[in-house]
Design a protein around this ligand. Structure first.
Ligand SMILES: *Cc1c(COP(=O)(O)O)cnc(C)c1O
Length: 499
């Protein structure tokens, strides 16, 4: 299996090359050049496997130039009970009959980004070695909050790599900020950027594509790579948990073989739900992929109308990891839905860049409609969903997951579809505790308390333990203080590399 660019101007490369490069030099994203099929025999075989063995089984089909032993080292190193606080790694819980929650936040940083970012740092040095890379890999990350910390944890002290993270100074929660600025590790750097996530992301993209920057760092023996969800090495591991959730439900007798399910995915950059799409393409019985957005509902409009229009107000919401107006991974979906029509993809991406808007044709629109459905929730609805879910089931959801719960309610009301449904839960409620406590106990319960005091309040109401990664965060020393403007981002990177 080889990887080609969605824009069609890059020769095919191995999966190791694609992971090492992150983004294709022609500005496109790497995609597999052949379909993958997970047949009934593989499904049967995986049913009784642990998460890590299921992961090795699925990844083998996509990362064909990695040996079985390498993949087992990677999955074993990533998905174990040192890193995760539950043996199942990605447990599925029943919310109500026929409705399940897939919890993707039992890793070290309490958000679903760990599912990919615990394993990508294990792929990368192996990918570099395989492709004869001599330089030291420098990972640059723009984060809306959760990716940054997950990438720092994943890459800290990984030999042959360095990592620098930019986060928007106004866009992250207290917990997220402290998680990043207290990060330890000899190869890590962190700075906040004045602006929002899109500003940070544009700045990082500009560094990646600036020939002069690449030349300067190249001369010193460094090579840029990306841990953002545009890297195929992040996407592939996310395909695994869609299969794993299905297999768990099969195993518990909640589904019969071949029975279709819906997945509801709280969505921002379109990475998580795109992995669901690839799972469905590979044969997982998926009825609908329900794209749950917050008030930054650019994807909802796209799925409903076929018009992608980012020309709108950027809204800061209580689900900040979904506050995104340019969903990079959508490009991969367009490529697949057009039957790999790179000329169309190039045209739309050009329109997006120049005018902030593009429209897909009738045929693509109808393909989109046959698998996807979307709606969005505002903050008030999200808060209500946290409270209502707790009152009716006892389950405590974080704000992102609550967007999924609310959109699912709308889906059932509007379509009447009763297909069994898995709601993908993307963060621990402790990570966004201020909103969660307010939803459960009211305004008075949070008044005058910081997020660290609220962790304790939440532990009491939810009867859950404060996750290890968040305990004592406020007492850790601050190690990264730099704040930069967008145009100072390249300088910050050069300083970090001592250039
Ligand atoms: C990143 C993130 C999302 C959005 O996922 P995408 O892959 O960007 O669509 C949703 N919820 C949480 C908690 C996240 O960290």
């Amino acid at each position: 299996m080889f990887y080609v660019s969605t824009r069609g101007n890059q020769p095919a490369v191995s999966s190791a090359e694609a992971i090492k490069m992150g983004i294709s030099p022609d500005g496109g994203l790497f995609v597999p050049d052949a379909p993958v099929t997970v047949g009934p025999d593989v499904m049967r075989k995986m049913k009784d496997m642990t998460y890590r063995d299921r992961a090795a089984e699925i990844l083998r089909l996509y990362l064909t130039d990695f040996t079985a032993a390498e993949l087992e080292e990677c999955t074993g190193g990533a998905y174990n009970t040192t890193n995760y606080d539950v043996e199942e790694i990605a447990p599925v819980k029943e919310l109500e009959s026929g409705t399940y929650v897939l919890e993707l936040w039992h890793g070290p940083t309490c958000a679903f980004k760990d599912m990919a970012l615990q394993i990508l740092p294990r792929f990368l040095p192996r990918a570099a070695a395989k492709t004869g890379e001599k330089g030291e890999i420098v990972i640059l990350v723009a984060t809306s909050g959760d990716t940054g910390k997950a990438a720092l944890e994943g890459f800290k002290d990984v030999p042959g790599t360095r990592i620098f993270v930019f986060f928007p100074d106004q866009g992250v929660s207290q917990v997220q900020r402290l998680q990043m600025i207290t990060q330890e590790g000899g190869n890590v750097g962190v700075a906040s950027v004045r602006g929002n996530f899109d500003d940070a992301q544009s700045g990082v993209k500009a560094i990646f594509t600036d020939p002069e920057m690449n030349r300067m760092v190249g001369e010193k023996g460094f090579r840029f790579s990306s841990a953002n969800s545009i890297n195929w090495g992040r996407l592939a591991p996310q395909i695994v948990y869609y299969f794993s959730a299905y297999l768990d439900l099969l195993k518990e007798g909640k589904l019969s073989g071949g029975e279709p399910v819906n997945f509801v995915v709280p969505t921002g950059n379109f990475g998580n739900i795109l992995a669901g799409f690839y799972a469905s393409e590979a044969g997982l019985p998926v009825n609908r992929l329900i794209c749950a957005a917050n008030e930054n509902n650019v994807l909802t409009d796209f799925i409903r109308t076929g018009v992608y229009d980012r020309n709108r107000r950027f809204v800061k919401t209580i689900s900040p990891s979904m506050d995104i107006l340019i969903s990079s991974n959508l490009e991969r979906l367009l490529y697949e839905l057009t039957g790999r029509d790179t000329a169309s993809v190039r045209g739309w991406m050009q329109d997006l860049k120049e005018n902030g808007v593009y429209r897909v044709g009738r045929e693509i629109y109808s393909r989109l409609q046959s698998l996807f459905w979307s709606d969005f929730s505002d903050d008030r609805e999200t808060m209500a969903a946290i409270r209502d879910t707790y009152e009716s089931t006892g389950y405590v959801a974080d704000t992102h997951t609550a967007v999924g719960l609310d959109v699912y309610k709308k889906y059932v009301e509007q379509t009447g579809d009763r297909t069994k449904t898995v709601i993908v839960s993307t963060a621990s409620p402790f990570k966004f505790n201020a909103s969660v406590v307010k939803a459960l106990l009211g305004e008075e319960a949070v008044a005058g308390k910081n997020e660290f005091e609220l962790l304790k309040v939440l532990a009491q109401v939810s009867l859950m333990e404060i996750p290890a990664g968040l305990r004592g965060l406020e007492r850790r020393p601050v190690l990264h203080q730099r704040v930069v403007a967008g145009e100072e981002m390249p300088r910050a990177v050069l300083d970090f590399l001592g250039i």
